[in-house]
Ligand binder design. Structure first.
Ligand code: HEM
Length: 465
């Protein structure tokens, strides 16, 4: 009896000591500021697919600039350790020092796992066996497969010729249509983009298969609610089945052909890696829309882009130009308005910080806009600065490394393996469109003023000059 009591007391005092060693949590008032100022706006606008009305409201209220100010004030009040937010049933930290961001992102998948419960709940709606929500064991097989198909880290994908030709063909048609209708709008841009994405990813036969991407869209709408919405199993089966058929058809020149032809270890689930790519190409359209607005407001940058290389060719056998300036403009669009503003991780073990420890299963939220838009550390925070991504010879570092944690594609072992494909396809689209001159119907950006914290990509409307 005495022994049991002793053991109980020892356990309780160990638990008390662990709590004492814990990174202190912020007050209820600061927790409220973080939830309302940062978490709610990110979730309400739609983490997996954006809700256009809320995106417009966010731009009107410049919510991202407000969110950055909220985190800045918390850093000033609480110092360099991650801001620790304790909610009922869930504990989160928000790193505020670049070194901590590096440590967290470099520490994937253990002790900082990309497969956070929020992400698992969301992505299971359309990619239950995707790499991003995989266990460390499955990740070991699925990550190399993704890297191999997407030629991660290579200056240009080995199918760059066919990919660029597809995008250039669709961009030519888009420009013609925009001129005929009198404006280049989001709805024209996005339809042309999805045709390109289906051709590049699934093959020529998928060009007009809107069903497959509409199914994905419906599943993504549910995914915005993460685990709160039930999975639509019927639609998910139909969607994954259709993707599987395109992989089996393995049309030459498509990513699907590479999925079919790349050796996969057991547990990879090759065709189930594709939904993440289709889904993530949407963010590339948002980034392109904003880059078009940036170029329209910065004639010098637009001129440099036109001069750096000839127009993209519609011939798949033609050589593909690198376009470092234009790629940097896309990177700037993603720095200024990151399409993944909250990069989530989940600790898999106790982690030590300056002011204490954090237990296993603590969420970590890297809030990219805070680092991308910090004028105290980055002089160019609020203006277009392609030079941030170029070396002294005007060349781009293909690894995406910078001194400052500019992490639009995340970083470390969980970094986006599609970065190269994204920069190739978006820069081809923009280079084709940049052959004409476009001016905003209502200018939203100016080279003379700091760029806004939020920019609604769905409000794009450019008139042929
Ligand atoms: C503008 C477009 C894109 C941006 C900004 C972007 C950014 C990101 C970010 C931030 C992550 C890490 C997410 C996290 O840790 O929670 C990620 C992961 C990933 N992205 Fe992208 N992405 C884009 C497009 C693409 C495309 C087009 C593809 C494929 C063709 C792709 C493939 C992937 C894959 C497979 C992962 C999971 C990597 C892993 O878990 O190891 N992405 N992306």
């Amino acid at each position: 009896m005495v022994e049991v009591l002793d053991r109980l007391l020892a356990t309780r005092s160990a638990a008390r000591a662990a709590r004492r060693r814990r990174v202190p949590a912020v007050s209820a008032l600061d927790a409220g500021r973080l939830v309302l100022g940062v978490l709610v706006p990110v979730a309400a606008r739609g983490a997996i697919v954006r809700r256009p009305r809320l995106e417009a409201a966010a731009a009107r209220l410049d919510l991202d600039a407000r969110a950055v100010r909220t985190v800045t004030r918390l850093r000033e009040r609480h110092g360099p350790d991650p801001v620790h937010l304790r909610l009922p049933g869930r504990s989160f930290v928000v790193p505020v020092e670049p070194g901590d961001v590096r440590r967290v992102l470099d520490g994937a998948p253990e002790p900082f796992s990309p497969a956070s419960p929020e992400k698992r709940g969301a992505l299971a709606h359309f990619q239950p066996r995707g790499v991003l929500i995989s266990s460390p064991r499955n990740r070991r097989e699925r990550r190399p497969f993704n890297e191999s198909v997407l030629d991660a880290g290579q200056p240009l994908h080995h199918l760059a010729g066919p990919f660029a030709a597809v995008v250039a063909q669709e961009a030519e048609q888009l420009a013609e249509q925009a001129r005929a209708e009198g404006a280049l709008s989001w709805s024209l841009l996005s339809r042309a983009w999805w045709r390109s994405v289906r051709r590049v990813t699934l093959g020529e036969a998928a060009r007009d298969d809107e069903q497959v991407t509409d199914d994905l869209l419906a599943l993504r709408r549910r995914a915005n609610w993460s685990g709160l919405a039930p999975v639509d199993h019927r639609r998910r089966e139909r969607f994954l089945g259709r993707v599987g058929e395109y992989v089996d058809a393995a049309e030459p020149g498509s990513l699907a052909s590479l999925v079919a032809g790349t050796p996969a270890r057991p547990g990879v689930a090759p065709h189930e890696q594709v939904p993440q790519w289709l889904f993530a190409f949407d963010a590339a359209a948002w980034a392109s829309s904003r880059a078009l607005d940036l170029l329209a407001a910065h004639p010098d940058a637009a001129r440099r882009v036109r001069e750096e290389a000839p127009a993209p060719s519609t011939d798949p056998a033609a050589p593909v130009a690198r376009r470092p300036v234009l790629r940097s403009v896309v990177l700037e669009s993603l720095r200024l308005w990151p399409t993944t503003p909250a990069v989530l991780r989940q600790t898999t073990a106790t982690t030590a910080w300056r002011t204490g420890e954090l237990p296993e299963r603590t969420g970590v939220l890297v809030f990219a806009p805070f680092f991308h838009r910090d004028p105290s550390r980055l002089a160019q925070a609020h203006r277009l600065a392609p030079e941030l991504w170029l070396d002294a010879d005007g060349q781009e570092d293909p690894s995406g490394a910078t001194d400052w944690p500019l992490v639009p594609f995340s970083a470390g072992p969980g970094m986006c393996p599609g970065r190269g494909v994204v920069l190739l396809t978006t820069s081809t689209l923009l280079a084709s469109l940049a052959q004409g001159e476009w001016r905003p119907e209502r200018p939203r950006l100016s080279a003379e003023r700091p760029l806004p914290g939020s920019l609604d990509p769905f409000a794009l409307r450019l008139l042929p000059a």
